[in-house]
Design a binder for this molecule. Structure first.
Ligand code: FA5
Length: 376
C-alpha cells in the first residue's frame, strides 16, 4: 500500500484510474457471468471480491490519494465493488434456483414404480399339511417319531412280516442302496430307500416301552413314474398306538377325529378289508367326501368331482398290528395290542385343495405354492 499523501499533491495511482477500475469490474462481472455452477461461483468470488482480489487491493490504495481524488476514487471503487457484489448475489440466486430445479428432477421418487423388496418365502403346502396333522395327534397325546430314510431292509420288510418273496421287495419296486448279502461278512439285510414309513413302527417299538402313541411323518421312495397321481418321492404319515385293550374301534375313532379336525365336523369313515402283512386284520380307510358328504353316490343329479361321485375318498391303509410284528419288536402280543395307519400327504393335499396334478407339488414353481400363502 502506498504511504498516505500528506502533501495533497495529486498522486497517480495506476490501480485507481477510472479505466483500470472499470477493467477490473468488467473482468469480475464477466467471471461471475461465466461461473457455470455454485462451486465455480465460489472461486470467482474469492478471486474477484475476496481480500486478495484486484479490486480489494486497489481499494487499499485509496488512502494514498489527496482528499478530492480520494473521494472520487472511493466513489468509483464503491460503485464498481457494489456492481460486482450485486452481480455475484444475482448469479448465486440464479444458480441456486437451477440447482434446486435439477435436484427436484433428479431426486424425484416415482411412487408408482414397482418396489424392490425380496418377496417373503413360504413353506411348501406338504410341510404345512404334515405339521397340521402332527398337531392334531400331538393334541391327543401322541409323540412325533422319526426314522432314517436310508433304511435296513430288515426294518423296511422283514420285521414287518413282509416275506422274502413279496413282490414289493423286487428291485423294480424298491430302490436298493445295497443289495442283500453282497459281502460275506455283512448281515444278510440289504439297505433300501424306505418304501413306506412303517419301519418306524418297529424302531419305535424297539425304542420304547408300551404304551406307545406316536406319529411319524416322513419322506418315502418307490420306483414309481412321476405322473398326475404318483411321484417316486412322496410323504407318508404313519400312526402307531400300542396299549392294552386297543381295538379296531379305537383306530376308527382316532382317524375319524383326524378327519373331522382337517375337514369339518360330522364326517364319518369306513373300513374296507385289505391285506398288509404287518397288520391283521387290515383295511383300507375311506373318509366320507367332505364336499358332497356322500350325497353324490348313485345320484346323477349331484355329481361330485372331489370323490368322482363315489361319496368316499380313500385315505390310506391301516389295521391292528400283526402279533408277529409285536413279537419281532419284543412286545408281548398276549398283553398288548396296537393299531397302525399310514397314508400319503400328496394325495391328501390333492383332494383337500383340488390339486389336479401331483407333478405341481414337486416342480418347485412358486405359482403353485404362492396361493397357499404363509400358512403356519
Ligand atoms: C403303505 O405304504 C402301508 N405302509 C400303509 C399302512 C400303514 C398300512 C400302517 C397298514 C398299517 P400303501 O402302499 O397303500 O400302504 O401306501 C399308502 C399311501 O401312500 C397310499 O394310500 C397313497 O396315498 C400313498 N402313495 C402310494 N404310492 C404313492 C406314490 N407313488 N405317490 C404318491 N403317493 C403314494
Amino acid at each position: 500500500m502506498s504511504a498516505p499523501n500528506k502533501s495533497y499533491d495529486p498522486v497517480e495511482v495506476e490501480a485507481l484510474k477510472p479505466e483500470e477500475i472499470e477493467r477490473m469490474r468488467d473482468e469480475a462481472l464477466a467471471a461471475v457471468a461465466a461461473a457455470a455452477d455454485l462451486d465455480a461461483l465460489r472461486e470467482v468470488k474469492a478471486a474477484h471480491a475476496g481480500d486478495r482480489s484486484p479490486l480489494a487491493l486497489a481499494n487499499r490504495e485509496i488512502g494514498a490519494l489527496p482528499p478530492q481524488a480520494k473521494a472520487e476514487a472511493g466513489k468509483r471503487m464503491g460503485m464498481a465493488r457494489g456492481a460486482v457484489n450485486k452481480a455475484f448475489a444475482a448469479r448465486q440466486a440464479e444458480l441456486e434456483a437451477e440447482r434446486d430445479a435439477r435436484v427436484l428432477v433428479e431426486e424425484a421418487v416415482d411412487v408408482t414404480l414397482p418396489y424392490d423388496r425380496t418377496p417373503a418365502g413360504a413353506r411348501h403346502p406338504i410341510t404345512t399339511l404334515s405339521e397340521r396333522i402332527e398337531d392334531v395327534f400331538v393334541a391327543m397325546g401322541y409323540e412325533v417319531a422319526e426314522g432314517p430314510e436310508v433304511e435296513a431292509e430288515w426294518f423296511n420288510f422283514d420285521a414287518l412280516n413282509i416275506a422274502q418273496d413279496h413282490p414289493a421287495r423286487a428291485m423294480q419296486d424298491t430302490l436298493f442302496v445295497q443289495a442283500p448279502g453282497k459281502k460275506a461278512k455283512e448281515a444278510e439285510s440289504g439297505v433300501v430307500l424306505r418304501t413306506h414309513t412303517s419301519p418306524v413302527q418297529v424302531r419305535t417299538m424297539l425304542d420304547r416301552e408300551p404304551p406307545v402313541y406316536v406319529i411319524c411323518p416322513g419322506r418315502v421312495y418307490r420306483m414309481d413314474e412321476l405322473d398326475a397321481t404318483h411321484t417316486p418321492v412322496f410323504t407318508q404319515v404313519e400312526l402307531l398306538a400300542i396299549d392294552e385293550g386297543l381295538t379296531m374301534a379305537d383306530l376308527k375313532g382316532t382317524i375319524e377325529h383326524m378327519v373331522r379336525s382337517l375337514f369339518g365336523e360330522g364326517l364319518t369313515t369306513r373300513l374296507r378289508p385289505n391285506y398288509f402283512p404287518f397288520t391283521e386284520p387290515s383295511a383300507e380307510l375311506d373318509m366320507q367326501c367332505y364336499v358332497c358328504r356322500g350325497e353324490s353316490a348313485g345320484n346323477p343329479d349331484r355329481p361330485c368331482r372331489t370323490c368322482s361321485s363315489e361319496g368316499w375318498i380313500e385315505l390310506g391303509g391301516c389295521g391292528m398290528v400283526n402279533p408277529r410284528v409285536l413279537t419281532a419288536a419284543g412286545i408281548d402280543p398276549e398283553k398288548y395290542s396296537g393299531f397302525a395307519f399310514g397314508f400319503g400327504i400328496e394325495r391328501l393335499l390333492m383332494f383337500r385343495h383340488s390339486v389336479e396334478d401331483m407333478r405341481d407339488m414337486v416342480e418347485g414353481d412358486v405359482r403353485f405354492t404362492r396361493p397357499f400363502g404363509m400358512e403356519i
